[in-house]
Ligand binder design. Structure first.
Ligand SMILES: [Zn+2]
Ligand SMILES: [Zn+2]
Length: 263
């Protein structure tokens, strides 16, 4: 059965550390995260925000290898048209083909010689390359930013990417029932406390703590699901290592920039 190989190239919410312009300008650091980007199977990218080019340079990724960009939403920490243009030109130069941009159908992205837009209707499965399939699910996030969660299917192995978003919406939750995810990346923007005002757009750790057992009941996750929290706001969290310890009893991990894995 096919596997997902992946690398987190950025895991931050929008409160970026000034260290990114100082001692972390040319390296990854667990406590100086860059804007959330994830690459998988060498040529698929999820989001391309303000730091995408720096992240790829530091990770040693050849931009020209990226054939498909999946956009979660249009907030500036996830979607940067200048960087997407650079990525698209690199794709055209290397492959002689435009970059495919998969985006929620209500988002209006300009096409060019280097960019083919693939509009996605919610809860409709699209064939990406004859092997990978993708479905956009409704996300509990700012509707003006055309948000969607992403569900990938590779020979029956499923990968859910849910940043940005808060508590799951009813139709998304039931769509995911019995999906037995191989990999799940959940929004972990807010820290381990109650009372944050953002609970209708981002998760807190207590929300995750409450959510996971129900996802298990619904057979959305099981013992073999690898679960990561990403899109962390450093100003709302303890340092990385302490946060990793906080979530360890839940059987989940905190993503960090540069983290590689295979499921
Ligand atoms: Zn964000
Ligand atoms: Zn957002």
């Amino acid at each position: 059965m096919s596997a997902y190989t992946f690398q987190f190239l950025g895991t931050c919410a929008a409160d970026f550390s000034p260290r990114l312009k100082g001692d972390c300008a040319d390296c990854f650091d667990k406590n100086a995260r860059r804007a959330s980007v994830m690459m998988f199977n060498e040529h698929f990218l999820i989001d391309c925000g303000p730091h995408c080019m720096d992240s790829m340079r530091i990770a040693g990724v050849d931009m020209g290898n990226i054939t498909d960009l999946f956009v979660t939403h249009l907030h500036g920490d996830h979607f940067n048209m200048t960087n997407i243009g650079i990525l698209a030109e690199a794709c055209m130069k290397k492959n002689g083909k435009p970059l495919n941009i998969w985006v929620s159908e209500e988002a209006k992205i300009p096409e060019s010689d280097c960019i083919t837009v693939k509009p996605m209707d919610k809860f409709t499965e699209y064939d990406v390359d004859g092997t990978l399939k993708v479905t956009g699910l409704r996300a509990n996030h700012d509707s003006k930013a055309c948000p969607q969660h992403l569900l990938f299917d590779l020979d029956g192995r499923k990968f859910f990417y849910g940043c940005d978003g808060a508590w799951m919406l009813n139709d998304t939750y039931y769509y995911l029932k019995n999906s037995r995810l191989a990999l799940a990346v959940l929004d972990g923007t807010c820290g381990d406390y109650e009372g944050d005002f953002r609970i209708a757009e981002h998760n807190t750790i207590p929300m995750i703590r409450l959510m996971l057992p129900s996802l298990r009941t619904m057979n959305i996750i099981n013992d073999s699901t690898e679960i990561y929290l990403s899109h962390l706001a450093p100003s709302l969290h303890k340092p990385h290592d302490e946060t990793a310890e906080i979530v360890r009893p839940m059987g989940i991990r905190i993503a960090y920039d540069g983290l590689c894995g295979k499921v």
